[in-house]
Design a protein around this ligand. Sequence first.
Ligand code: ADP
Ligand code: MG
Ligand code: MG
Length: 881
Amino acid sequence: AKYVYFFGNGKAEGRAEMKNLLGGKGANLAEMTSIGLPVPAGFTITTEVCTEFYKNDRNYPAGLKEEVAENLRQVEGLMGKRFGDPENPLLVSVRSGARASMPGMMDTILNLGLNDTTVQGIIEQSRDDRFAYDAYRRFVQMYSDVVMGMNKDELEHILEKKKEEKGARLDTDLTAADWKELVGKFKARIKEVLGQDFPEDPQEQLWGAIGAVFGSWMNQRAITYRKLNNIPADWGTAVNVQSMVFGNMGNDCATGVAFTRDPSTGKNYFYGEYLINAQGEDVVAGIRTPQPINKANGDSCLPSMEETMPECYRQLVEIRSILEKHYKDMQDIEFTIEKGKLYMLQTRNGKRTATAAIKVAVDMVREGLIDEKTAVLRVAPSQLDQLLHPSLDPKAPKKIIAKGLPASPGAAGGEVVFTADEAEAAAKVGLKVILVRVETSPEDIHGMHAAQGILTARGGMTSHAAVVARGMGKCCVAGCGDIKVDYAAGQFVANGGLVVKKGDVVTLDGSTGEVILGSVPTVTPEMTGDFATLMTWVDKFRKLKVRTNADTPKDSKTAREFGAEGIGLCRTEHMFFEADRIAAVREMILAEDVEGRKKALVKILPMQKGDFLGIFREMKGLPVTIRLLDPPLHEFLPHEDKDIDELAKTMGVTPKTLKNKVEYLHEFNPMLGHRGCRLGLTFPEIYDMQVQAIMEAACELVKNEGFDIVPEIMIPLVAVDKELKTLRENAITVCEEVIGRYGIKVEYLIGTMIELPRAALTADEIALEAEFFSFGTNDLTQTTFGLSRDDAGKFLPFYVESGLLEDDPFVSLDQNGVGQLVKIACEKGRATRPHIKLGICGEHGGDPASVIFCHKIGLDYVSCSPFRVPIARLAAAHAAL
Ligand code: ADP
Ligand code: MG
Ligand code: MG
């Protein structure tokens, strides 16, 4: 097998398509080299080596050492330098790079190859001993941290002491002699703490670093990131060894990062930041506040690269356009300028907010770069969630206490916390928090995940906090220099000396960068412009219909605005809970006999009819599936003495009698108790009343308002075909009576929910009585797993965390188990009724992976909550493409 791929001087053995083998970084370094961009020469050790390494008890495959040596010789040849040479030494970086980009997860080592001898060669070559020793000490710091496991703070502390002693404020105030002395002190301290010498031999350094990259694949940070992003552990990482270029050799040097379009808004202009005389991670780490690359970037009063290095800027603009034409997507690039010469160090498809994803996709279709299908596939369904969430109400008053960079849009409020662990602990008990940090690092990921929003005092638009927040779809205000964070005191000070303590509530507006004291009301977004354009393409490609779960005219309206094509689940019980109705409902439930129930139902009938009139009107003839009463009766019962007394009076019975009846109706396991069609069978007059209300509403609208309505009446929790047969006959009798009374022709469908395993397994029999099936996958998941949704919170998270279950089966359909029942039911149902209408109405209807599954097994529609309708539409299009 070939383990190492070379790139340099316009030629590369790898290609962009080889991400699986070379990792994202390596594949793109090769590609950039081939298309003639200036990339420092180097080579990539494949991900297969990583996989083999772990398979063989952390041993390298045979032949690797020789291949690495051979490739290193090639790099030396191109660069005219030799690794470890005392006069003209080659220095390299050792960089990790997995298939999917894992920002900040793996540690890069720069300036490798330096020792007490080679540093002399660097001094000769650069004629700059300060630079040489600065590079050397950086190397010792990075290497001892990443490879040797030395605590960073140990050396940082020595550095701080030195600065104090010299009265130096910045690193740049230290001299060559200072750095030289520090290298010695660092090494001594390393020896003291670790009992081990810092390696002088460049070969030993190189292999130490390679081993550390492979080792970091299994570090806690990487494991956490993979888990959050569903990246399999067996993908492995590649290692890139690349000759160094220096952004820190003086004021004609720089390092920077840029996006070919604005990653926050998607606007088509070059967005980037750079730092003069700096190396590597300085920009991303937020150590100094970086400068914008172009003048148009607005707010900053710092000089742009366009002004300070116009020639390099011009080249970079040209590269931007080459890359976009080549990759046909927005790129996130890293570059370094050494003595006025520009080098490209990385490119990848840029992470972006949902707004930006949509704008970039739609713009690129207009620019002729991609077609509509590609545009649709560019936007991840789950990403839309960000857009469908509320933003701050512009009319609400707000007390702005600081302003930072609008690093990731959206709005969020919560109690202030200062550490990732606090954020996580607070989220566990259901608190909403805002994580406030001076800057964030990969160690903070779990806290960022748990928080509603992130606020940092330092760092730019491409800082760790900003990049990770955008990836997570979390609102973030970064680089907020207005605030002074004091971890020890558990507080930050904002404008005007205002002190915000841990636990105080603040609200962030990630679209403006504003930090606001207290909580601010939010408004729902409008679906216009590029979003609407994209959704018209989405609708062209998808085959699945998307309906909504809605119980009120208001929800129906929202859902229609989001593009719902009908109601897949209208729950009638929600109408029973309203304050002015509950008394009549209780009266019905607690009635002694049929007569008593009928008396109460007469009061409820006009209310139910009114509900259906409103919903039918709002849906303008689109299909509406109405589920007859489903929940256990006890959910409606009065428990307070006060309520019981009152009700007893209305019903003309004693409170004692009523109390006894309430106790009698108590159930031990109500979810498996007297509910669903079991109610309809034992108290037929309840369903009769509901069917009457549905049909009267439909007939009235058809007759008086010219609507075209075919109500779909759905009977829940059927286990046995005979249950459905009886209830269907009852419903038909009522329907025909109403239709006859109105003297018009109205069609209707009667169907059932499939939410019990027995129903799924006997779906062929049940289909004889049902014109449609709607899969109630919430209950079907509960009953298939034997898992109570209301109690699962105590142990289900453990199942997911420890990998016993891949996902929460109530969030993403368990395709293997529950999904199999759905599939069986579809096949059996179609066997006896070929054109039976099939849909799903559980929470899963809005989960992208579940929607794709529904498409695959050939359902007609999915139904989900109004806000998830666009997500389901997009997922359905992805499934079809
Ligand atoms: P990450 O995956 O965390 O982005 P990288 O491997 O891209 O890590 O390295 C981080 C930074 O180190 C780069 O952005 C670049 O500035 C610097 N760097 C890496 N390799 C080199 C090199 N050969 N010459 C100069 N700088 C380098
Ligand atoms: Mg990088
Ligand atoms: Mg159910």
